[in-house]
Design a protein around this ligand. Structure first.
Ligand code: NCD
Ligand code: ZN
Length: 354
C-alpha cells in the first residue's frame, strides 16, 4: 500500500501542443503557459494560417516581443508550419534549415481555422517526401471530415483511411498523432511497428480534458460549451484507455494540452467555438489524472522526458515542484479586451505549482 505524496518534484515539463493566438490576447495566455512550461509547440492555425517560414519567423518575433514585455526569459516557443495542398518540398527544406520544429496537418474543415487545410493528403506527397528525407516531424489532427462519418467516429476512421496508408507510404516519417481521444488511437500508437532503421516514428499527445472527462461532461445538467473541444470528448471506455497508456511509462505518449483559448462570448453562443482553455493550471490537471490511478510517479516521463526525446531535443534541467494544495480556478480570466472561462472555472484543483 502506498500513501499518496503531498508534493512531487519533477524536471520542468514542456507543452507539445499549444494555441496562443495572436495580437492583444496572446500575452494573457502565454503568461499562463510560461509559468509552468519551458517550451511549447506553437500551433499555426492563425487567421490567415502560418503557411511559410517567413510567416512563422514573424510570428515567433511577435511571441518574443510579448515575452520580453512581460519580463519572461525562461520560455522557448517551438514553431510549426501549417501544411496545405500547395506546400512545396522547397519550403520544407527551408523550414528545416531555419529551425522550424514541425509541420501540422489539418484536414480541411476539421477544426478551428482549418479551412485552408489539406483537402486530400495525396496533394502533399512532395512535401511529405521532403519531410521524411530531412527528418521533419508531421503533427496530425487525426479526424476525417466527410459528412457521412459520425463525429464520434472521425478519429477511428482517420486511422484506417489516412494514417495507416500514410505510414505505409512514408515509413520513416516521424508522425505525432495529436490530442488522441479514443481507445483505437491509443492502441494503434501503442502497438504500431517502427521502421527497422528508424525508431521513434510514431507518438501521440494527450490533453488533460481527455484524461479527466468523458462526453457526459458536455451535457451535465445542460449544455456545457467550455467542455467542448475537437476532437470531441468520447465515452468512458476511451478515457480509461487514454489514462492507461498515458500512465504506462510508454515513451510514445506525452503531454500536449491543446489549450485553445476562445473568448467567453465565442463559446457561449448559438454556434460556439471548439477548444478548452486548460493552460491556467494544466500541470495540476495532469497531476490529478495521474493520481487518480496511483501513478504520480509516471508523470515526469510523460510531462518532461518523452516529448524532447521524440523530437531529439535536450531534456530540461530545471526542476519544479507540484504541491497538493488546493487552488481555486477563477470563473473568468482576462483575454485582451474580453474574458475567457478556463477549464474547471469556479472549482478547485487539488494540485498546483509551488
Ligand atoms: C483548437 C483551436 O481552437 O485552435 N480547438 C480545439 O478544439 N482543440 C484547434 C484544434 O486543435 O483542433
Ligand atoms: Zn490544437
Amino acid at each position: 500500500m502506498s500513501t499518496s505524496p503531498s508534493k512531487i518534484e519533477l524536471i520542468q515539463p514542456d507543452d507539445w501542443h499549444l494555441h496562443i493566438r495572436d495580437g492583444d490576447v496572446m500575452k494573457d495566455v502565454l503568461a499562463d503557459t510560461a509559468r509552468q512550461f519551458a517550451r511549447a509547440i506553437i500551433m499555426p492555425n492563425l487567421k490567415p494560417p502560418v503557411t511559410t517560414v517567413d510567416l512563422a519567423k514573424a510570428y515567433r518575433a511577435r511571441i518574443q516581443l510579448n515575452l520580453k514585455a512581460m519580463g519572461i526569459s525562461s520560455f522557448t516557443p517551438l514553431m510549426t508550419l501549417y501544411l496545405t495542398d500547395n506546400t512545396s518540398a522547397d519550403e520544407v527544406r527551408k523550414a528545416k534549415s531555419e529551425g522550424i520544429t514541425a509541420f501540422k496537418l489539418y484536414p480541411a474543415g476539421a477544426t478551428t481555422n482549418s479551412d485552408a487545410g489539406v483537402s486530400d493528403i495525396k496533394h502533399c506527397y512532395g512535401a511529405l517526401e521532403a519531410m521524411q528525407a530531412v527528418g521533419m516531424p508531421l503533427l496530425v489532427h487525426g479526424e476525417v471530415t466527410t459528412a457521412d462519418i459520425d463525429i464520434f467516429d472521425r478519429e477511428a476512421v482517420f486511422i484506417d483511411r489516412v494514417l495507416i496508408p500514410l505510414r505505409k507510404d512514408f515509413p520513416e516519417l516521424k508522425i505525432v498523432f495529436e490530442h488522441i481521444t479514443t481507445k483505437q488511437a491509443a492502441h494503434y500508437v501503442r502497438d504500431a511497428q517502427d521502421s527497422v532503421n528508424h525508431p521513434n516514428t510514431i507518438a501521440a499527445t494527450i490533453t488533460p480534458q481527455h484524461l479527466l472527462m468523458n462526453r457526459n461532461a458536455i451535457f451535465a445538467g445542460g449544455i456545457r460549451p467550455h467542455n467542448y473541444c475537437l476532437p470531441v470528448l468520447k465515452r468512458e471506455e476511451h478515457r480509461l484507455a487514454l489514462l492507461e497508456v498515458a500512465t504506462s511509462g510508454n515513451p510514445r505518449f506525452f503531454l500536449g494540452t491543446d489549450s485553445a483559448p476562445h473568448a467567453k462570448g465565442a463559446k457561449e453562443t448559438s454556434c460556439g467555438c471548439a477548444g478548452c482553455y486548460s493552460a491556467f493550471n494544466a500541470l495540476g490537471l495532469y497531476a490529478e489524472a495521474f493520481e487518480s490511478v496511483g501513478k504520480l510517479d509516471r508523470l515526469e516521463g510523460f510531462a518532461s522526458f518523452f516529448g524532447p526525446d521524440f523530437y531529439s531535443l535536450p531534456r530540461n534541467s530545471k526542476k519544479i515542484t507540484l504541491v497538493k494544495q488546493s487552488q481555486a480556478i477563477p470563473v473568468e480570466l482576462p483575454l485582451g479586451d474580453a474574458t475567457i472561462v478556463p477549464l474547471r472555472a469556479g472549482e478547485t484543483i487539488a494540485w498546483s505549482l509551488a
